[in-house]
Design a binder for this molecule. Sequence first.
Ligand SMILES: [Zn+2]
Ligand SMILES: [Zn+2]
Length: 358
Amino acid sequence: MMKIPGIVLAGLGQTPRLETVALQPPGPDEVLVRIAASGICHTDIGYMQYARACPVILGHEGAGVVEQVGERVTHTQPGDHVAINWQAKCGQCRRCLSGRRDLCENIQGTAAPRVFWQDEPLNVMLNAGTFSPYVVVPAGGAVPIRQDMPLEKAALLGCAVATGVGAALRTAKVQPGETVVVIGTGGVGLNVIQGARLALAGRIIAIDLDDERLALAQSLGATDVINSRQLDPVARVKELTAGRGVEQVFEIVGLPQLMQQGLAMLARGGALTLIGAAGRQDEFTFLPRGFMSQQQTIQGCIYGNIQPEIDLPLFADWYMAGRLHLDELHTHTVQLDDVPGIFADPHRQAGIRTVIKF
Ligand SMILES: [Zn+2]
Ligand SMILES: [Zn+2]
């Protein structure tokens, strides 16, 4: 077994620590990846409150180089650059067979625990655990991408880009000319804006509390911005659309009151897409009569309903062609031993994406 450093969350409410863990070699259907870079996502920080199982090694947004493959792995080989996909599909359940791999009922992990801490098997966040210089992932968890994309940018493909761009293009299927509202302009929200821009949305309205983020939203494709500290966002959206409302609203923060506002912004036939992780007991209400006659939709969205093997290389191509902007999102670079300090005070974390470089 290989001894490596890793960021371990020992229990709910604790601050993750830098620990030494042991990593077993990959099984027949698994891949060993040397992680080059890993982004810190809100979900990593959220895990301090809602991880399903502890202790757990954190991290799920990463990219690296294939080091070793199991004997049945054919889609990749040592030396390949890969983006980590935290939803490796089984390919065999009813959903996969019906063409809806995004709804796979049997998301794959490794066949047996591969990471150990204090001689016990360690849980691995989202079957990835990228806050560590090496990971063993199920075959589908390592998606080859072009070699000329810098890996510290490619690290963002596997969560922020997949979730945000996927939500606009795959989940909501934004149409040319539609008006889109994005509530919350962090790493995911800015990528929803980019997805809407790539879909040729007519108008893209970004809502946030922070003027700096709103300025970035504008540089990435937002046509209008609303600081909801200064303006009532529902009234302002109605004003911008001559009272009609909008075809698409994306809620990325995970707060019921913002979902409620999003609902109030919808035009006839409009759709509210929920991306933000609300508390498990949170509720919001709607009036079904108006909803029925207005023919509106509320839909959930996880991981942007992407097809990872197709979409992650596509997003890499778009980045390299200058169509998808990631340099602006990668605002900070840190080392692995800086991570516990960031988690101790997540609000101190400025900018959009902090990337751990190995
Ligand atoms: Zn994430
Ligand atoms: Zn499946």
